[in-house]
Every structure is written in structure tokens, then in C-alpha cells.
Design a protein around this ligand. Structure first.
Ligand SMILES: Nc1ncnc2c1ncn2[C@@H]1O[C@H](COP(=O)(O)OP(=O)(O)OP(=O)(O)O)[C@@H](O)[C@H]1O
Ligand SMILES: [Mg+2]
Length: 464
């Protein structure tokens, strides 16, 4: 549960070279803000460009409409032979009327009467194109940009009409300027806003990290701060807290096991010590043989306890034990014979995959319990159905009340009746039975045999 220093992986990434490593080393807040700002910048720049472009086209079209209108009027007057000389200037539209010989025959006042705005060679093509063109007016002492159109009239006459585009260009320039200043400003504002909003969004994560860093191995019931908002961070925090709860439970179980084990070790050790102390203080009057026998008995209890604890520790590691074919029928018969018990084995063979020693210990533990509590008889039974082998150990003792039949499988659990007995064990027998059987894919339960108790172990057959 020790907290890892914050940014441990970040530092490792920063150790690398190149922009990718650099980018990975930045904080999530920085990366999110940068990415959002980049996308915004692209979107804003594109919109600004498209806006100026579309505005320019619309303005050009409206200027062109006026120029075209005026040119058509002049063509109509020329065709009717009623065109005044010089042509009247309407809305600052410059007019040049070109005769069939290519010379300027009429023009608005103040307009060049020698050089046509569109060179002679291009005039026919320009009139046929039916669209406007832009022209630099400075060689003609006219405004910088001119929008020009050419229209054909009768008798080989061509009318050129032009109007200054300078004002439109001016306002487009102003618009572009405003956008050029405004877009970066807007972008900066949005970036700051994103930075703040993302910071706010990520704050629960920071709190979570701080909470995790503050958790130490000795803290009691450590929990992470759960944000109020019902979002992803909320579910992360609750999930992590559930995990902490489970770890805490496992830790508590482990501590209880250690303290129970120490407790169990204490009484045989105290007994050995007392006997030896008494014997040594009165060596002459001592029956050493009896002392040795008593000490040996305590030593056997100690070594059994050590073995049981070791077996449980091995099972807890969850390492899959050996998986060899074990004949339960043979195991049941042999165990019954060894203890001088009746065997009720109906199947000739019942092969399960497992560890012979572990399964042998299961049966021995159950038989030990039964023999210890039985009034007169203990029967070891085995039945087989399609998929399962059912191993039973039945005694005719006092049995176990239904409400305790689950609890006795817990480690170091002995019922009061057993606690007062001299020959009682540490209370690990049934715990080892259950853990072993479950590791073999089976299950175990206790039931009433009226009178007495029946332990039922069901294990999957290797070859059903
Ligand atoms: N056949 C039985 N009849 C009555 N009570 C039983 C029987 N088997 C077990 N118990 C009760 O269940 C308790 C737990 O059994 P378990 O085998 O786990 O421990 P134990 O026999 O006391 O000690 P250990 O098996 O470690 O030597 C026993 O202390 C006893 O009270
Ligand atoms: Mg036992």
C-alpha cells in the first residue's frame, strides 16, 4: 500500500529524447489544453480566411453589377446613336468607347482618349468572355485596382467600363486586420478558459493522487477521497476504495492468523518449559521417562501445528499442486483399514486428478475428527455418479449444530465442546480440508447423520 512518488513514470519518459518523449512527459492538463488550442487555432484561422475570401467575392460581384449595368446603358445609347460626347460619368464609372478601327472615339471626361484600358489585341476576347477582370490603373493615372468590363455594341464598336476597387480593397484590408488581431486574442482567451476548465476537471484526480500518497501501511481503514460528481473519477475512487477494503480484509485475516498461530504455539511451549523447569529443579525425585514422554507429546503437537500451517501457506499461494490420477476408492479403503474402520465403498475405482498426499490429508483430517468425536463407530464411504466422486466420513458422535457447520471450516475455529478436550487440535483440520478440496475443483460440507455427523466431499472425476 506504499504510495509511489508522483510522476515517477513521467520522469522516466522525460529521460528519453525527441518531441514524442517530450510530449509524453508533459502533464495531462498541458497536453489537453495544447491539443484543444491547436484545433481551435486551425478552426479559427480557416474560418477567418474563408470569411475574408467570401466577403471579397461578394463585394466584387456587387461592384461588377454596377459596372455592367452602366456599360449596357452606354451600349444601348451608342446603338441608338444618342450617345453624348463626352459620355456622362455615372457613379464614377469610367467609360471608353472604341471604334471599329481600334481608336477611342468617346470617353468620360478626364479619361485617357489615346490608350484603351484593355489593349487592342485582347479587346475582342475580353468582350466575348462576359466577365470582369482586374487591372492596375496606375499607368493611366487612375486608382490602383480597377474592375473592368468590355461589351460589344453595333457597328464594330466596343464599350469599356471600369470602376475603382480601392475602397472595397480598403475595407477588406481593415476586416483582415481586425481578424488578424482578434483571432489570436480570442484563441488566447479560449486557451486560458480550457486550462482552467481542464484543471477543474482534473482536480479530483489530483485529490485522489494526494489521498493515495497519504495512505501508509499503518493507517487504519485508509480510504481515498470520493468526488461528489457521479463521473468516471467517482467510479474510479469507489472501485479503488472497494479494493482497499478487500486488501484491508485480507490484511486483517493475515494478522489474525499470525496472532492465532502464535497463541497456539504458546501453550505447548509453556508446557514444555514448565515440565523441564520442574524436572531440573528437583532432578532427584524426577521420573525422567514420564517427563520425556510428556515433552514428546507437546513436541508432536508443535510439529503437527507447524505442518498444518505450512500446508495452508502452500495452499494459499494458489500454486496448482501436482495433478496425477488418484484412486479415491483405494485411498478410502486404505485409510479405513489403517484406522480399523468400516469402509462402504461401492465403486471399484474412482479416479480424480490431484495430489495423492493432499487428498490423503483431507481424508485423514476428516477421519481424525470423526474418531475423536464418535461414540462407537465411524464409516468411510465412497459413491460415484456420472461426473463426481462423493467421499463421506460418518460418525455417531454429538454432531455439530447446523448454525456452526459453516463456521468450523474457518482457521483456528474449535467449538467449545472441543476446546475443553485434551486431545483437541488447533482447529486447522477442516480449513485444510476445504482449501484442498476447492483447489481440486470440488466442494465439502457437513450434514446431520442423526445421530452424529457426516462430512461429504465431492470431487470431479478425471474420466467421467
Ligand atoms: N465429527 C465431528 N463431530 C463433532 N464435532 C466436530 C467433528 N469434526 C469437527 N468438529 C468440530 O469442529 C471443530 C473444527 O474441526 P477441525 O478439524 O477444523 O479442528 P480440530 O479437529 O479441533 O483441530 P485439528 O484438526 O487442527 O487437529 C472441532 O474443534 C470440533 O469442535
Ligand atoms: Mg480436526
Amino acid at each position: 500500500m506504499a504510495a509511489e512518488p508522483a510522476g515517477g513514470t513521467g520522469r522516466a519518459a522525460r529521460g528519453g529524447r525527441g518531441p514524442v518523449a517530450w510530449w509524453r512527459g508533459r502533464s495531462l492538463r498541458f497536453r489537453l489544453t495544447s491539443a484543444a488550442s491547436l484545433v481551435l487555432a486551425l478552426a479559427l484561422a480557416t474560418s477567418a480566411f474563408v470569411f475574408v475570401e467570401v466577403l471579397g467575392q461578394a463585394l466584387a460581384r456587387s461592384v461588377d453589377d454596377g459596372v455592367y449595368q452602366r456599360a449596357r446603358d452606354v451600349v444601348a445609347l451608342s446603338d441608338a446613336g444618342r450617345l453624348p460626347n463626352p459620355v456622362v460619368s455615372v457613379d464614377n464609372t469610367i467609360i471608353q468607347v472604341i471604334g471599329p478601327d481600334g481608336r477611342i472615339v468617346n470617353a468620360t471626361p478626364g479619361t485617357d482618349r489615346l490608350v484603351p484600358l484593355i489593349p487592342r489585341g485582347e479587346l475582342a476576347a475580353a468582350a466575348r468572355a462576359g466577365s470582369f477582370r482586374f487591372l492596375d490603373g496606375r499607368p493611366y493615372a487612375l486608382p490602383r485596382t480597377l474592375l473592368v468590363r468590355a461589351l460589344r455594341a453595333d457597328h464594330g464598336v466596343t464599350v469599356i467600363a471600369a470602376r475603382s476597387f480601392a475602397e472595397v480593397e480598403g475595407s477588406l484590408g481593415t476586416t483582415a486586420h481586425v481578424l488578424l488581431m482578434g483571432v489570436p486574442l480570442l484563441l488566447a482567451l479560449l486557451a486560458v478558459a480550457s486550462w482552467l476548465v481542464i484543471g477543474r476537471t482534473l482536480r479530483p484526480l489530483t485529490l485522489l493522487r494526494r489521498g493515495a500518497a497519504a495512505i501508509s501501511g499503518t493507517a487504519r481503514s485508509p480510504r481515498l477521497p470520493v468526488p461528489e460528481a457521479r463521473d468516471e473519477v467517482h467510479s474510479l475512487a469507489t472501485t479503488l476504495n472497494a479494493m482497499l477494503g478487500r486488501l484491508e480484509e485480507a490484511d486483517a485475516r493475515q494478522r489474525a492468523l499470525v496472532s492465532d498461530a502464535a497463541h497456539e504455539l504458546r501453550s505447548p511451549l509453556a508446557s514444555i518449559r514448565l515440565q523441564l523447569e520442574v524436572a531440573l529443579s528437583h532432578p532427584g525425585e524426577q521420573d525422567w521417562k514420564e517427563t520425556a514422554a510428556d515433552v514428546l507429546e507437546d513436541t508432536l503437537r508443535l510439529s503437527r501445528l507447524a505442518e498444518d500451517l505450512l500446508a495452508l501457506a502452500r495452499l494459499d499461494e494458489g500454486r496448482p499442486g501436482r495433478r496425477e490420477p488418484v484412486d479415491l476408492a483405494e485411498l478410502a479403503r486404505a485409510t479405513a483399514e489403517r484406522h480399523g474402520l468400516a469402509a462402504d465403498v461401492s465403486a471399484p475405482a474412482a479416479i480424480v486428478a490431484g495430489d495423492t498426499l493432499d487428498l490423503g490429508r483431507v481424508l485423514t483430517n476428516l477421519v481424525d475428527n470423526a474418531v475423536r468425536h464418535a461414540a462407537s463407530s465411524v464409516v468411510v464411504g465412497l459413491r460415484v455418479d456420472e461426473h463426481m466422486a462423493e467421499l463421506t466420513v460418518t460418525d455417531d458422535g454429538p454432531g455439530i449444530p447446523a448454525e456452526h457447520r459453516q463456521r468450523v471450516f474457518d482457521r483456528f475455529t474449535r467449538l467449545d465442546s472441543a476446546r475443553s478436550r485434551d486431545d483437541g487440535g488447533a482447529g486447522l483440520g477442516l480449513a485444510i480440508v476445504r482449501t484442498t478440496v476447492e483447489a481440486h475443483g470440488g466442494n465439502v460440507h457437513l450434514e446431520d447423520a442423526s445421530p452424529g455427523l457426516r462430512a461429504v466431499v465431492r470431487l470431479p472425476l478425471a474420466h467421467p
